[in-house]
Ligand binder design. Structure first.
Ligand code: HEM
Length: 245
């Protein structure tokens, strides 16, 4: 028994070492082991499912970026190379392509759940507003990613997308001009879309997700609307604090 304890102490040493110097382990425990209302529901896992889909996109995206070549001559051949020649390349590319739709669908389902549960009400308005920005950025990720295979579908779908942007009042023509980077879609458009797709938007989305999760943890999750603890009375109010312990 004593032997076993010393074995575990040995295993815990690196964790204790980090905790003593950074307090990080306590922070992670606070993040993972939180009290939630006893009557939460499977629909409340949709936010975590969206987060998982985003992480899959980030991981497969990094893998693809190792082989993808963002210029007009080599973009399509590099996609063909990834799909046909690399080990599990077809799988990684397929996961990224289909995963993009999964991410958007899950995000809308999560948004619908939040709306139907009334979880956007005080004090969670800011969580909702950040969510709305995440929807816009998620759709922009889909739009910029669509051009990257540089095939006919990609080219013409982006031509239509940019034209639609151009019809927006006031800023529309400027946005279209900025996205296109010239009179028609060209090499600069491709590298511009690539930079936006794999650097700018993912960094913004990751930052906003961090803020979103900070607010979720700070405010606690809401009970379903049919529960005794109505939506809007989270752990912030004293009465429900007593109920949740
Ligand atoms: C990248 C996209 C998103 C991720 C990763 C994400 C993640 C999460 C997670 C993990 C939760 C806690 C668990 C849950 O309630 O499901 C949550 C809650 C919440 N999310 Fe999102 N979310 C995203 C997009 C959105 C969108 C589009 C909206 C609405 C416009 C939104 C509004 C909210 C609100 C108001 C809450 C608090 C709900 C409550 O307390 O019951 N989120 N989100």
């Amino acid at each position: 028994m004593a032997n076993q304890r010393s074995k575990y102490e040995h295993l815990m040493y690196p964790i204790d070492w980090i905790e003593e110097r950074s307090g990080l382990v306590g922070g992670i425990k606070y993040f993972l082991f939180r009290k939630v209302p006893s009557d939460i529901n499977w629909f409340q896992t949709l936010g975590s499912a969206t987060l998982t889909a985003f992480l899959v996109q980030a991981t497969t995206g990094v893998m693809l970026a190792m082989y993808y070549k963002p210029d007009a001559k080599s973009a399509y051949p590099s996609i063909v190379h990834i799909t046909n020649d690399l080990f599990a390349g077809w799988l990684v590319r397929g996961m990224h392509r289909w995963g993009a739709s999964v991410f958007i669908i899950l995000m809308f389902m999560h948004m619908g759940r939040v709306f139907l549960f009334g979880a956007y009400k005080y004090p969670r308005e800011l969580t909702w507003i950040i969510g709305v920005i995440l929807v816009a950025l998620g759709l922009a990720e889909g739009f910029t990613g669509y051009l990257l295979p540089w095939d006919q579908t990609a080219y013409w779908a982006t031509t239509v997308g940019i034209s639609i942007n151009g019809t927006a009042p006031f800023l529309g023509p400027f946005i279209a001009q900025f996205l296109q980077g010239g009179e028609f879609i060209n090499n600069d458009t491709l590298s511009r879309f690539y930079a936006i797709h794999m650097l700018l938007l993912p960094a913004m989305i990751a930052g906003l997700i961090a803020l979103h999760l900070y607010l979720v943890i700070r405010l606690g999750v809401t009970s379903p609307p049919w529960s005794k603890d109505a939506a809007g009375s989270g752990p912030l109010d004293d009465e429900s604090e007593e109920k949740h312990g």
